[in-house]
Design a protein around this ligand. Structure first.
Ligand code: FAD
Ligand code: NAP
Ligand code: SF4
Length: 702
């Protein structure tokens, strides 16, 4: 297998820019792929170090040119949260050797990220240039004294020296995303009057001193990456002249590579979510690279954000936007990304769909990160997919995410797998998800599963709704029921009115929808239907995610040279419809949406003037009094006195789902072992993360 993936001397490289080495003078990176830093949670406990070692070793084996670890604090004040991963003592450095040795054994290179969170620290010991609380932490930071600043610099230097002792090939100094160093750079968070505040030369002193003194301490033959914030996306962010001045000073101070960051964490513009166009910000890296090159400064510049396929990465490098490409989440989705690309097997890459559901959302909930499309990520030592000792014959009913994961994992293990779906295509509900503007990436997961079905010899039968009698007597050792869900019937009097549709009518059957729309149910699907209809996706309006210029205009991102921080007035396209989104619960709509993406969905719908109404009782549906459309009678308040009649052209029911498992009882009665997964097992709080995880874990154990 390995041999088949190795390029021979005569084979032209499928990605000549991406796969060409990068010479740093004292060392050479084997390609232009940097695995960007991600907080996985493995950093925060010493018991996870062997697991972390395997996590990075798998990515090194997969061919990454340079790995950057998740952030480690240089001291307690720099913690992201209480007891976050810290590298401040020789004993801690010794523990890190497990990681560096594992990566080096696979021929990889790894740098440790030094992360001081400043006022973003979620703990009472956090510090900052000035005593100004951030909008995303409940803790007000202590303003550092001049001696305190000196202590922070010494901590950075000590951390870099310890990283070198631990065997790391380099360090990355985290200077972007609004963390401590970034907080010193910007007047909005740095209101000091001493030599660390005021004029820009003072505000950038911390960044430059840290880099200069680390270089002095580690010597010339050590990779020193500085992550610079190119476009802050906050009011009062750095001007382009400031960014450029910092880049010059940092490279003079001894940085080997300039990695780039986009947007502070408190910015209200999405920077990595799935609705952000691929490579949406590489033009800013290019601006920096061109400006530095025009001054004769050849420091290699790394670009990042929403780069998730080898084609996109190659295009960026071929275009001269950067010298290297940083991808982070794509290596959760597929540790073999580079190896597959190099072997001309891009179609076999499990693509990161930028959903954040199992990675960033977990990190923000203090859970170990993983990946929706690859549940093995960060669980490599525990979720092992090994060849079956005894091969068996299995039926999997339902080719939605749960069934696809189960069938392909069983087949990978050598079992004889028969996969059935009533629909004419694989994917189940993912086929509806992928039609939502901003969810185009979901196509990639279905492309990947289709490849796995082919390459692992799953016997697929589409357009086949199976009954229990079709399966009994066919010699199956067990049946996996992945039949998903059925929409919940809300039993609202009058709901049989022709103006009432279900989300399946709208998204799957593409039934016509009028101009005034009421959506009942504000869960994930209600929000998605609101996005779909207010964008006019059914009327052929293109998704802004597929057009970077339109997307930047929609969110108000501009050239940082003309607009400091890159912020300008958003110019969203007008809504295609008048949409009202309703829920019975009181309080804010969208509470069930992802921790790191819910605000984006809410903000996007606001720009489309979607009206959100909570605490609604649906009393009755009937003909509209005006004779046009459908009327929804609602009441509000605990006593249900406040009654209103709302008129719409179409009502769409998005009122949740219930499990579909009518095959379970007859199969069990026939003596067949049945395993339930995904929506068929439990519809409440179902998502594709749980469906794929359940399918994979079951198949790994069967
Ligand atoms: P399903 O996807 O429902 O698949 C079940 C399959 O079984 C279907 O293909 C069906 O045809 C087949 N089947 C049923 N009975 C039979 C039978 N008797 N014989 C043969 N075949 C049968 N989740 C996320 O995690 N993130 C998102 O952003 C997201 N967005 C979504 C957006 C929309 C618009 C929708 C509708 C869903 C979204 N979801 C999202 C939810 C996600 O798609 C589901 O959680 C997931 O598809 C459930 O997987 P499943 O395999 O259990 O079931
Ligand atoms: P959901 O999130 O459970 O939302 C169902 C909605 O229907 C809620 O607003 C609920 O709120 C309402 N409802 C429930 N019972 C009702 C009843 N009897 N009558 C009227 N209203 C009722 O489910 P969903 O929107 O169908 O989504 C299904 C799953 O797909 C979700 O679990 C979600 O995780 C996943 N999904 C995720 C995303 C994502 O972006 N991550 C996107 C789409 C879907 P009230 O009871 O307050 O009215
Ligand atoms: Fe990418 Fe989603 Fe996986 Fe995170 S969970 S790595 S965003 S596919």
């Amino acid at each position: 297998m390995l041999g088949a993936m190795t390029l021979t001397a005569a084979t032209p490289s499928p990605f000549p820019h991406l796969l060409s080495p990068l010479d740093l003078g004292f060392t050479r990176l084997k390609n232009r792929v940097l695995m960007g830093s991600m907080h996985t949670g493995l950093e925060d406990s010493r018991k996870h170090f062997p697991r972390m070692a395997e996590f990075y070793a798998e990515r090194a084996r997969g061919g990454v040119g340079l790995i950057v670890t998740g952030g480690f604090a240089p001291n307690i004040e720099g913690w992201a949260k209480p007891f976050a991963g810290t590298l401040a003592t020789p004993r801690a450095a010794q523990r890190h050797q497990t990681v560096t040795r594992a990566v080096h054994a696979e021929g990889g290179k790894i740098a440790l990220q030094i992360l001081h969170t400043g006022r973003y620290g979620y703990h009472p010991l956090c510090v900052a240039p000035s005593r100004i609380q951030s909008p995303i932490s409940p803790f007000t930071p202590r303003a550092l004294s001049a001696r305190g600043i000196e202590r922070q610099i010494r901590a950075f230097v000590r951390c870099a020296q310890l990283a070198r002792d631990a065997g790391y090939d380099g360090v990355e100094v985290m200077g972007s995303e609004g963390y401590l160093i970034n907080q010193f750079l910007v007047g909005h968070t740095n209101q000091r009057q001493d030599e660390w505040g005021g004029a820009y030369a003072n505000r950038m002193r911390l960044a430059v001193e840290i880099v200069r003194r680390i270089r002095e301490a580690v010597g010339p033959d050590y990779i020193l990456i500085y992550r610079i914030s190119l476009i802050d996306l906050i009011p009062g962010g750095s001007s382009w002249e400031e960014v450029l001045a910092l880049a010059r000073a940092i490279s003079t101070a001894g940085a080997t590579l300039l990695n780039t960051g986009i947007g502070w964490h408190e910015a209200r513009i999405p920077t990595i979510a799935t609705s952000v166009p691929r490579g949406a910000f590489t033009w800013v890296t290019r601006k920096l690279r061109d400006d530095l090159r025009s001054e004769g400064n050849p420091i290699p510049v790394v670009t990042s954000n929403r780069i998730n396929t080898p084609d996109v990465a190659e295009g960026i490098l071929a275009n001269g936007d950067a010298d290297m490409v940083s991808m982070a989440r794509p290596f959760l989705a597929d540790p073999d990304f580079v190896r597959k690309a190099a072997a001309g097997r891009s179609q076999d890459i499990n693509t990161c769909i930028a959903c954040n559901q199992a990675c960033l959302d977990h990190a923000f909930k203090n859970r170990l990160a993983s990946c929706l499309v690859n549940p093995r990520a960060c669980h490599e030592t525990e979720l092992v997919i090994s060849p079956a000792i005894q091969t068996k014959r299995y039926a999997v009913v339902g080719a939605g995410p749960a069934g696809l994961a189960a069938a392909t994992t069983l087949a990978q293990r050598g079992h004889d797998v028969h996969l059935f779906d009533a629909a004419e295509r694989i994917g189940g509900q993912f086929n509806m998800a992928k039609t939502i503007p901003g969810k185009e990436e979901f196509h990639e997961t279905l492309r990947y599963f289709a490849r796995l079905i082919d390459t692992n010899g799953v016997r697929l039968q589409l357009g086949r709704r199976v009954s229990a009698s079709d399966l009994v007597g066919q010699g199956f050792d067990a049946v996996v029921l992945a039949t998903g869900v059925t929409p919940r019937n809300p039993h609202i009097p009058g709901q049989e009115h022709p103006g009432v549709l279900s989300y399946i009518d709208v998204l799957w059957h593409q039934r016509p929808v009028g101009r005034r729309v009421g959506i009942l149910g504000a869960g994930g699907i209600g929000f998605d239907v609101a996005e779909y209809l207010s964008h006019g996706a059914d009327q052929g309006h293109a998704s802004p995610t597929l057009d970077t210029t339109a997307w930047l205009r929609e969110w108000g991102v501009g050239d940082p040279q003309a607009h400091p921080g890159g912020l300008l007035l958003p110019q969203p396209a007008p809504p295609a419809r008048e949409v009202t989104l309703m829920q019975r619960k009181p309080g804010k709509t969208g509470q069930s949406l992802g921790k790191t993406t819910g605000w984006i969905h809410r903000a996007a719908l606001k720009t489309k003037n979607v009206r959100m109404v909570s605490g609604v009782h649906y009393e009755r549906i009937g003909p509209a009094p005006s004779g046009q459309g459908v009327a929804l009678m609602i009441s509000q308040g605990a006593d249900r006195q406040d009654a209103q009649v709302l008129e719409f052209d179409t009502l769409v029911l998005c009122t949740g789902q219930e499990p579909l498992r009518d095959l379970q009882a007859p199969l069990q009665q026939a003596g067949i072992t049945v395993h339930l997964i995904g929506g068929a097992f439990e519809a409440g709080e179902l998502d594709a993360k749980r469906a794929i995880d359940m399918g994979t874990r079951l198949a790994a154990a069967m």
